[in-house]
Design a protein around this ligand. Sequence first.
Ligand SMILES: O=C(O)CCC(=O)C(=O)O
Length: 242
Amino acid sequence: MKSAKPDNIACSAFDNIGMTANKLDDDGFLITGPLFGHELGPRLENIIPQLKQDSIGSRNLMEHSWCVDLAKLIRGHQRIAPFLSAAAVAVQCNLFEKSKNQNWLVPVHQDLGIAVREKIKHPALTGWTEKEGSIFVQPPDSFLHEMVAVRFHIDECGLDDGPLRVVRASHKAGRLDSHAALAERDRVGETLCAVERGGAMLMKPLLLHASSKASGHSRRRVLHFVFAPPVLPFGLQWRHAF
Ligand SMILES: O=C(O)CCC(=O)C(=O)O
């Protein structure tokens, strides 16, 4: 089997103003420089430790007004808005933290689940699960293609900080089982995604992605927002939609 060593590095050392939505459609991801300068950093620094103290689960951050406010700021940002449809709503926000005490990895996968209010029986809806009190289901690929994740980096994420490794353009292959996912990764290779503090990585949920453990000397926090069409198919309703 061919080694899956990253053959490429993507970083935020460019300004994406003027880039077209085709870039996101073609590659399945793109990286921006800092969205708000350094202003938002200290504000978020104060919020995140409080969340931890309250032992609030990382998947339900949309229940907090600060998170809804930030989602709206991000959606309207001149570097982000061109990549979202005008009607897009924020439906989810997870905090992903890697540090010395909290170091982890994820194998290659696609983000297939969405959080909904209740179960609806329909043959096109699969993979029902419950996590942290939310019901998740996998909608058809055609709906996942309409969604965009915006990963807002609270800290810098360099190559030693457990960055995402993505398989460029793999979202175009649709839903892949684990065997096909590994084959696609080995065929295309991986791109390491370094992001500056305050920068964002935009990503299609069907893009194959993975991440390694960090070196353990840094703290890498990412708020992973998901934006999607406001109306779900088959009578489903979003758990959160702002
Ligand atoms: O932030 C990471 O390292 C992994 C995130 C991830 O796997 C995901 O968004 O599904």
